[in-house]
Design a protein around this ligand. Structure first.
Ligand code: GDP
Length: 194
């Protein structure tokens, strides 16, 4: 994908603040610190378009980005920050569920998991929830550069079993080496249908 332009549109908490629904949209989700900001910046060839995480515990927003004037990426704040107060987690759940279940131009969700971690209950409940709402999604294993080739294969197998996926459906990616960038784009293009 040739990136001609990528710009921040707006932040939102509730539907009245979302931008209009004219373009196909894709949302990015994962645990906090999974490497979501790094992945979005890397696939857009930008260094600082999406700010890397600062204070994961505080209330966060949905951030909308316009790509090539033809699609919109939505950065969903990371979940699973252990020290986040219950009230913040509840707000997070409500904001995300409202967004995902009402957004008419949402084409799918890019779910990120750290290749070194066994997916936790939150990763599994997000996929259950997306399946229930019939929202298509793709899965990416981030920070692949942190493991050797042999370890990558082993972890991929373990993660696939845990989330009940086919190993071929787990895309390996590294924001550091850019490995997997084309595979990520191919999957995104398929999902978004552009
Ligand atoms: P976010 O909270 O999901 O947006 O995660 P960030 O993109 O802010 O990344 C969290 C931390 O992981 C930062 O210190 C990044 O530099 C690091 N990181 C992200 N992606 C990679 C990667 O592919 N390889 C390595 N080695 N580190 C990464």
């Amino acid at each position: 994908m040739i990136i001609k332009s990528a710009e921040f549109i707006t932040s939102a908490v509730k539907p009245s603040q979302y931008p209009d629904e004219a373009l196909p949209e894709l949302a990015f989700a994962g645990r906090s610190n999974v490497g979501k900001s790094s992945l979005i910046n890397a696939i857009l060839n930008r260094r600082h378009l999406v700010k890397t995480s600062t204070t994961p515990g505080r209330t966060q927003l949905l951030n909308f980005f316009l790509i090539n004037d033809e699609m919109v990426f939505v950065d969903i704040p990371g979940y699973g920050y252990a020290r986040a107060p219950v009230s913040v987690r509840k707000e997070w759940g409500f904001m995300i569920e409202t967004y995902l279940s009402t957004r008419s131009n949402l084409k799918g969700v890019v779910l990120l998991m750290d290749i070194r971690r066994i997916p936790g209950p939150e990763d599994i409940s997000v996929t259950d929830w997306l399946n229930y709402h019939k929202i298509p999604f793709i899965r990416i294993l981030t920070k692949a550069d942190k493991l050797s080739k042999a370890q990558q294969i082993k972890q991929k197998g373990i993660i696939a079993k845990t989330v009940l996926a086919e190993t071929d459906d787990l895309i390996l990616f590294s924001a550091k080496t850019k490995v997997g960038k084309k595979a990520v784009w191919d999957a995104i293009v398929k999902l978004i249908g552009c």
